[in-house]
Design a protein around this ligand. Structure first.
Ligand code: MLT
Length: 269
């Protein structure tokens, strides 16, 4: 579905109940949340959209910053007449979820930060991102596969789940080089979110694949220490894409969190 109020970004909304907005990782699209949308649909309203340039969304000028993703999320909520939501973001989606918490705290009911971190890129990481932009210009999205695929999923997935690895590779190769470039710029320049973690006032769960080699458990633990009402949820037998690598556990923990939120009051309170 295209949402013109949202700059034409593609989105879908599935089910009824408390809204749960799902923000996708780099360089994937909203389809990465298929297993979660299926699990949520009976009890919740799952919302997801493709960040500009990814999936079915048209590109936009300038870097795809995490602030822009957060503001696009709020435009989608406005378009749908939704006042408040739980936000669940994985990796780049988690950076955007933190930007959402900082820029739109009154729209937030609960937060799930999955396989992500609050610290900005180091100089070295920033240099690597700009080098990757050059490689993507020369070779296309396969440069991202070479740079990231070994760490994109955990060792268990590499060993035991060849079809899932193949699907993720296909999705990375299908990403637009222009979108990849704009997102890499946005990722390289994302702000330090650490100083605002103490200001997060909503219940928060920090999910992390125990085999995550991109945003490892130490980053998740740092988030839990800094956010006042946060709990760590390790996802076993999963790496960086924990929602795809161990969807049963991820979904069970997500639904448990949502039930806890329901027990503490209806949506919008
Ligand atoms: C992601 O999965 O969104 C990326 O790994 C984020 C990053 O490279 O920092």
């Amino acid at each position: 579905m295209q949402n013109r109020e949202n700059g034409g970004l593609a989105y879908d909304s599935t089910g009824e109940g408390r809204a749960v907005l799902l923000l996708h990782a780099f360089p994937l699209s909203r389809t990465m949340w298929d297993p979660q949308v299926e699990a949520l649909a009976a009890t919740h309203r799952a919302l997801r959209f493709d960040a500009a340039g990814f999936g079915d969304s048209p590109p936009r000028d300038g870097p795809l910053t995490v602030d822009r993703i957060a503001d696009d999320a709020v435009r989608l909520l406005d378009h749908l007449g939704i006042e408040t939501t739980v936000v669940c973001g994985l990796s780049m989606g988690g950076y955007a979820a933190l930007a959402f918490a900082r820029r739109h705290p009154r729209r937030l009911e609960g937060l799930v930060l999955a396989d992500t971190r609050a610290v900005p890129d180091t100089e070295e990481e920033r240099r690597r991102r700009y080098a990757l932009i050059e490689q993507v210009r020369e070779r296309g999205p396969s440069a991202v596969l070479i740079a990231m695929m070994s760490k994109m999923v955990g060792t268990t997935t590499h060993r035991e789940r060849a079809p899932l690895v193949a699907r993720i590779r296909e999705r990375i190769l299908a990403a637009s080089p222009e979108a990849i470039e704009r997102a890499l710029q946005g990722l390289a320049e994302r702000p330090d979110a650490v100083p605002e973690l103490a200001e997060i006032r909503v219940p928060t769960r920090v999910f992390c694949g125990t085999e995550d080699g991109i945003t490892p458990m130490s980053e998740a633990e740092a988030l839990v220490r800094a956010i006042p009402d946060a709990r760590l949820i390790p996802i076993p037998r999963a790496g960086h894409l924990a929602n795809l690598e161990n969807p049963d556990r991820f979904n069970a923990e997500l639904l448990r969190f949502l039930r806890e939120l329901d027990a503490s009051g209806p949506a919008g309170t």
